[in-house]
Structures are given as C-alpha cells and as structure tokens.
Design a protein around this ligand. Structure first.
Ligand code: F6R
Length: 326
C-alpha cells in the first residue's frame, strides 16, 4: 500500500500532458482518496498566490457562476456519483474542464465532450494511487499557470518518500513505534493551518481505510477554541483515544507556542502519543514525508490488528446500494 508511492510521484514528473488551457483559478471536484489531492494542491497553490478550491459534494458551489473557474475533475475510478454530478453541472455551465482518471464514466464523458484527460494507471485502490493523482494534478497546475513547474519538487518528494519507506529504514521504525502506542485507540491527528492540515486529513482517512478503525483530524489554532474543552469531563473516552501532532518548520511561531501550551493544559486528560515533524526542503517533499509516515502508521496498525489493509467493503457496499436505488 505504501511501497509504490515514490515511484508514482517520480513517474508523474515525466508524464505527457494533453494541450491544456491557461487557468486563472481551479475548482477541484473529487471525493475520498482522489479528492485529497485537491486539498494538497490548494495549499501548494496558495503558497504561490493562486486560488485552488476543493468541492466534495454534489453539484457545484454557488460562486462558480461569477468566478467561472477551470474545473479539475479528479476521480480514480471515474464513476464517483458526487464528482460526476459536479462535472455534469460544469458542462451545463460550459466551464473549462480537465479530467484526471483511469477511465469510467468520467473518461467516457470527457471523450464525447472533447475535454482533456490526464490518464493514470489503473488496478489500484484510489487512496493507494496518491502519487499518480497528486502528481498529475500538480503537473496540470504547472502547465495551466497556477504553479511554477513542480518537476524538481516531485523528484525531491519521490526521493524523500523512497528513503522513508525503505525496508528496515527509519520511517518504518517511527511508524511502528507510533502504531504500537496507538494500538486499540481511536486516533486523532492534529495539524495546523499550513501544509500539515491536509496531511492530517490524509492520516485520518488512511487509518480509517487501511487499519479499519475510527480516526479524526483537527487543526490548530481552531481546536484550541473548542476541542480542548471536550477532553475535560468523560475520562473513560480519553483513555481510548490518542493524539498525534504533525508539525512543519514553516508553522508560525504562534502555532508552536499553542501546541506546547495546549499539551501542558490538557496533559492530564489527553494521551499525547507523539509529534511527527516534516522533513525535506520543498513544501511538497515535506508534505509527502508526513504522508509517507502516516501511510506506514496505518499499515502498521492494520498488521498489528491482523487486518487486511486493502479492501474497503463498507464503501463498496454503500456505492452498490446507492446505484441500486438510483
Ligand atoms: C478507496 C478510497 C475512496 C475513493 C472514493 C472516491 O481506496 O480511497 O475514498 O477514493 O470513494 O472514489 P474515486 O477515487 O474512484 O473517485
């Protein structure tokens, strides 16, 4: 589930792209393991003064009529109902549209409408194709003018991931330690406003889907205004939950101070399991270093519990029932 991530990112650096129109602003449609690439891209684009928004629901947000963004439809299977609903609405509004997919209905629609498609290799779980999907999304953002070329950063990120996921390497040791302390606990992952926020979300969803256990994510500074109170009454819940904090060297000083004081204030109630620091130079490499550790933690949790990380039966069942009732 983790081993191919570095190669995927490296491959994305050299894929051929179709002709793409320049974009002023991007709206990414995508759910789950596909949609998370939109969250990563939104943060990276904002560092360069570009606006990328994500939409994880049916239809389109109300502001698109006046802003008329380029729409990037991201669906690994190409068959995700919410994403297709947004794509249909975008087509009706004649918004420029680019698809990243393995095919499915999205691929068929793009072929009939003449929308550019960036194809990604099939046969994976969508969440295990993050390197393909995010890499393709970054390349699209580079070519459409929302980011400088991401190629050098993709190579750095791929090397960083490879070194962390190497067998017997430091990444697995850290992931194993964290997973040992998190065993039989619900996991809460804290990030902050910055590159750790979307990665905290990825940790949460990977722990849900790979380890098949409850997990949540929140961000500093907002969590200091509500969540910390939620730890103060029912200690029986707190014993069954552990918190991991993700940090980055570009976190604001105020956030670092908040993390330290939050730990002191809640230390009697909250089981703080650990802090994981981003490694690398570029923001992308730093995001992917944290992502790789989170993916490894989720796999180590699955292994520790004797659970197969790959299948996601509840998601498949739910999609099947939705299709049957359509
Ligand atoms: C499964 C996974 C899911 C899917 C989601 C959307 O591995 O990660 O979260 O990504 O159900 O499906 P796609 O990605 O095919 O649009």
């Amino acid at each position: 589930m983790v081993g191919g991530l570095g190669d995927q990112i490296r491959r994305a650096a050299s894929i051929e792209l179709p002709d793409l129109p320049a974009a002023r602003e991007l709206l990414v449609l995508g759910m789950g393991g596909s949609g998370i690439s939109g969250d990563y891209l939104a943060h990276l684009a904002s560092l360069h003064g570009s606006r990328v928004s994500g939409h994880k629901s049916y239809g389109l947000p109300g502001w698109v009529g006046s802003a008329r963004p380029t729409v990037l439809a991201l669906s690994y299977s190409g068959n995700t109902e919410e994403t297709l609903s947004g794509v249909e609405a975008a087509a009706e509004m004649k918004l420029p549209l680019i698809a990243i997919t393995t095919g499915g209905q999205l691929g068929d629609l793009a072929a009939t409408q003449g929308w550019p498609v960036v194809g990604v290799p099939g046969g994976l779980q969508p969440r295990a194709a993050l390197g393909h999907l995010l890499g393709a999304a970054l390349r699209v953002a580079g070519v459409t003018g929302l980011l400088p070329s991401p190629v050098a950063d993709l190579h750095e990120a791929a090397g960083m991931v490879d070194s962390l996921v190497a067998e017997g390497g430091a990444g697995w040791a850290l992931a194993g330690d964290l997973a040992g302390d998190l065993a039989r606990r619900g996991v809460i992952v804290y990030g902050s406003t910055g590159l750790t926020a979307p990665v905290a979300q990825r940790w949460k969803t990977q722990i849900n889907e790979n380890a098949k256990r409850p997990a949540w994510w929140s961000v500093f500074p907002e969590l200091d205004h509500n969540e910390i109170v939620g730890w103060s009454a029912d200690k029986s819940v707190n014993d069954r939950v552990g918190v991991v904090v993700l940090t980055d060297r570009d976190d604001r000083d105020e956030v670092g101070r908040r993390i330290r004081i939050t730990r002191e204030v809640t230390g009697g109630d909250v089981r703080w399991i650990g802090e994981v620091n981003a490694q690398g130079e570029s923001p992308l490499a730093r995001m992917m270093s944290l992502t790789a550790i989170g993916d490894m933690v989720s796999v180590a949790l699955a292994e520790g519990a004797g659970v197969d990380p790959v299948p996601v039966e509840p998601i498949e069942d739910l999609k099947k029932r939705l299709r049957e009732e359509r």
